[in-house]
Design a protein around this ligand. Sequence first.
Ligand SMILES: *[C@@H]1O[C@H](CO)[C@@H](O)[C@H](O)[C@H]1NC(C)=O
Length: 211
Amino acid sequence: MASFLSYTLISFYFILFLALAGNSNGSYSEELSEGIVMKQTEKTTHLHFYFHDILSGNDPSVIRIAGTPDYSSFGDTYVIDDALTEGPDPTSKLIGRAQGMYAVATQHEMALLMVINYAFIEGEYNGSSISILGRNLVMNDERDMPIVGGSGLFRFARGYALAHTAWFDVKTGDATVEYNVEGALGGNGAAAEMVDLTFALPPGATTESCN
Ligand SMILES: *[C@@H]1O[C@H](CO)[C@@H](O)[C@H](O)[C@H]1NC(C)=O
């Protein structure tokens, strides 16, 4: 099976949030003197595919449902049902569809609010989906958006998607976007392994579950 799933591996990692002294400086961020140590044993999955956003022609996969007649003004809102394919060519193997909405949520720059489910129809992930809720700075070469959940084999998914515009037609607005999705996405039931949370323990200390 030639697959959009590039690799799957088990990762064992520790995330340490160890803070220095509490320090607010009147800014919007603050370092806490208490630390949180998270111990996780999770499978990391990587997905790679292309997203085809077609506004032109008789059968567009994007429709504007609200906003101005302009294509990139504050408030413009679109519903999409975009093909996801294995390669950059829109005629390459269909592996799923991106279904949801995006809206121009910025007055002074160009960023979209993305609320989109990526539903897969190929291989072991047929019938499973991941959900992105994120900010898409479309003019950037690489956009980083959160995976906030999933269904089927992707239950409890979390991770991130990196999107890169592979092709763009300035006249029509049609675009092909390359996606690399990475994280604890589940698959083979691995997502059911729960996170072990431990508070304020130095590395190497005996851990106790807090759930
Ligand atoms: C995906 O699942 C659907 C529903 O179970 C099935 O009809 C379809 O043939 C499957 N597709 C592939 C490529 O396995």
